[in-house]
Write a protein that binds this ligand. Sequence first.
Ligand code: HEM
Length: 459
Amino acid sequence: RHSRPAATPTQRTTVVTDPDVARLMLSDHADSFSNRPTAQYPKDFSESHSITSVPYGPKWRALRGNLTADILHPTRLGLLVPLRQEAVDALIARLSTQQATGGEVVVVRDSLHAAVFAMTVRMCFGDGVGERCVRAMEREVIQFISTFVGDSALLAGSSRMTRLLHWRRWLRYSGTFSRVSKIILPVITARQQRRRCTNGGGGTGIRSYVDSLLDLRIPDNHGDDAMAGSKRPLTDKEIVRLVFEFLGANTESTVSCVEWTLAYLVIHPEAQKKLHHEITSVQHGKGMPASEERLHHRLPYLRAVILESLRLHAPVPVIMRDVGADDAAVCGTPAASADGAPVLFVADIREIGRNRKAWTDPDEFCPERFLAGGEAEGVGPVPGPKEIRMVPFGAGRRYCPGVGLGMVHVGCFLAALVRVFEWALPADCDGVDLTEFRALFTLMKTPLRARITPRALAM
Ligand code: HEM
């Protein structure tokens, strides 16, 4: 069970759990199912768009194209290896200290979050952002995501009475954008100055997301034909919104997936042993997969473990599409509303990944199903146009552009954590609580506690 996202008062909501219906919507009728509902964000968030919220069209193409071509392009992923390596090393050092001083039991989430977030900040702004500033941004992202619980209408689309009842939460939530702007804008200004001094390079070898946003020109027509073809730079508000989206999307989904996967490896020591064997033998204990392709070919079991974890607990719980009544009717869905109001479709990613028609023992953790000869051989993170079995990164026009990077991040952190430590249940614990907490992202309701033992590392 989960709370449904808020629809407008006249809007009907249809929850989709069947993979074939999901394919009908997202692949066969991709054009009609290409807009998300106007999210129930606080007002100043809604004044500027992120890639996630912008309507399908020229502005979406410009923003998404900038991210995919300039930042997430597969040829660039190799350049990020040193950033990832430093983040992984920092995490291992932190866990080693905790393990040595805390009786071997660690709660991995906070340390993992700090490491992934610090790496994301470097991808976003380049080097030189101070530690205090990084932590302030991280606090805001965590606060925002934990406040955006379940039915977001409780806060943003709610009546005055509801807001009064929850006024503390409301105040904190609605002030997010201005607090985030106060932290982020000075960092962007510093970046601009640095770029001016270094002729646009910013001083580091890696082009940051902010660099790309400062250089970007987006269509300026607002539907006015006379202006078609003219372009403008992004406003400060737009940049802040896009940066905030980047920080959250890059960090939260990776942290969620790594934590869930570790939980399954604690429950299934035989899978952990097999994974450890693959990581140490294939990579001789060193190196990291730099691309999804290398993950696929060189570390098939690691990839299978990640896919199985994503199938069981997708970091993003739902795919949402806002569809005009006519389009909904054309698709033959029973949801078309008689009054002609748009329909909100909510595809439940977890239920699609566990559908009994599509999977044997759908609730069991069995990475082998993704290996050669398994029932899901050939199933990847994003479905092809003909069949949908699982959609952890979405599908259709708006599927996740970060799929390659996300898989590589998760693969690198997991490979290092399993290579360096053996993960097991703490002595005072008789199982792992796999209850989900579904907000903007799907987290473990009880953060994973595990006993970690350093392994003898092969040289
Ligand atoms: C394990 C990692 C990740 C998972 C599971 C994940 C999952 C998803 C899902 C389910 C969607 C919605 C897709 C749809 O509506 O069809 C999405 C959208 C999106 N994701 Fe990810 N994501 C991950 C990593 C990333 C990363 C690393 C980035 C960027 C740096 C990113 C940026 C985005 C953006 C910008 C969108 C909106 C795309 C659009 O509307 O065109 N994600 N993601």
